[in-house]
Design a protein around this ligand. Structure first.
Ligand code: NAD
Ligand code: UDP
Length: 338
């Protein structure tokens, strides 16, 4: 562990304390921060974190997959405001930082209206970049590990260009996010917009919607109801699951890190098979659910694991919540809502 002198205090630098962006929270009270998709799973936790810094937080959402319940504890905070708006339409605001999270993230939701998913990620990102350009705001794009598609390199480094089917069922999301990254870099090169790209890997935690459709929430809800646990394929495919508080820490560190556009992978490098995840959920919940096997969806990636060397070096970030502990906290949440 490293130590460092700040404002006369000798503090220890743990894995969650960055060098380049130390002290960023002290300046937040002067800033107005926009979080698009702020009432969704990740966005609402990010809003919680930002409101605590004293920043003025604007949460923009069209409530497609987000919910007021996620932000209800923030509604009476003086430095928090909600704007119901669809990102596909332009909006005029005055802000200093933009976290662009608006987009359905679960395959079930992004495939519900794929054209709208493309519009949100392309037109929505153009609208946010136009706003950032006009008011000289810094903008962070929530990209995804899906830009690597069904990867042929393992683990995935930021330098890997990916293996994406451009015409498949997942492409509205994968290619939408890839164009969003392209737009970020073109606005950076052409208009000197201060951009940041974070490639988020599978993240889970409290406030995932019961009907979200992603694997962690599906398994937990099924286990708590003693319904069959639906493993798609044979369960040997892998994912690397990051607890939401670790992810939020990665996002705020990247936003407040100077001279670094990314892309940077933020995720947990501990890889688990889907079958193992099912076993862990069954064990923690003590559920009587049986396991049933369903067909693997089209283009479902076989393995996924981030190389987080860059995040460790540039952000001094790495996840600290182990899967079992994160699952226990998430299960506690779902016990209240299921
Ligand atoms: P989520 O579905 O819970 O949240 C998305 C939010 O965006 C919702 O509140 C939704 O209502 C809002 N939204 C969708 N379309 C919109 C539009 N056109 N205008 C305004 N608001 C709109 O998903 P999440 O897991 O919180 O994901 C947040 C972001 O992080 C997304 O951009 C997603 O692609 C990205 N991401 C998440 C993960 C993950 O594992 N959670 C992984 C990779 C990337
Ligand atoms: N999955 C599963 N059962 C479910 C939901 C998902 O076996 O009820 C699988 C899915 O096929 C994929 C993995 O779990 O291989 C992760 O799926 P998720 O939708 O959570 O995320 P993504 O595929 O976008 O990484």
């Amino acid at each position: 562990m490293v130590s460092r002198l700040i404002k006369g205090w000798q503090i220890a630098l743990g894995p969650h304390q960055a060098d380049s962006n130390i002290g960023w929270e002290d300046t937040m009270k002067e800033l107005r921060v926009l979080v698009t998709g702020g009432s969704g799973f990740l966005g609402s936790h990010l809003c919680d974190r930002l409101v605590e810094t004293g920043a003025e937080v604007l949460c923009l959402d069209n409530f497609f997959t987000g919910s007021k319940r996620n932000i209800r504890d923030l509604l009476d905070r003086k430095n928090f405001e909600v704007i119901r708006h669809d990102l596909v339409e332009p909006i005029l605001l005055e802000v200093d930082q933009i976290y662009n999270l608006a987009s359905p993230a679960s395959p079930v939701h992004y495939q519900y209206n794929p054209v709208k998913t493309v519009k949100t990620n392309v037109m929505g990102t153009i609208n946010m970049l136009g706003l950032a350009k006009r008011v000289k705001a810094r903008i962070l794009q929530a990209s995804t590990s899906e830009v690597y598609g069904d990867p042929q390199q393992h683990p995935q480094k930021e330098t890997y260009w990916g293996h994406v089917n451009p015409i498949g069922l997942r492409s509205c999301y994968d290619e939408g996010k890839r164009v969003a990254e392209t737009l970020m870099m073109d606005y950076y090169r052409q208009n000197q917009v201060d951009v940041k790209i974070v490639r988020i890997f599978n993240t889970y935690g409290p406030r995932m919607a019961v009907s979200d459709g992603r694997v962690v929430s599906n398994f937990i809800v099924q286990a708590l109801r003693n319904d069959p646990i639906t493993i798609y394929g044979d369960g040997s495919q892998t994912r690397s699951f990051c607890y939401v508080s670790d992810m939020v820490e990665g996002l705020v560190r990247m936003m407040n890190c100077d001279n670094f556009t990314g892309p940077v992978n933020v995720g947990n490098p501990r890889e688990f098979s889907i079958a193992r995840l099912a076993g862990l959920v069954l064990e923690i919940t003590q559920s009587k659910s049986e396991i049933v096997y369903r067909p693997l969806p089209e283009d479902d990636p076989i393995q996924r694991c981030p190389d987080i060397t860059l995040a460790k070096e540039r952000l001094r970030w790495e996840p600290v919540v182990p899967l079992r502990e994160g699952l226990e906290r998430t299960i506690e949440y779902f016990k209240q809502v299921v």
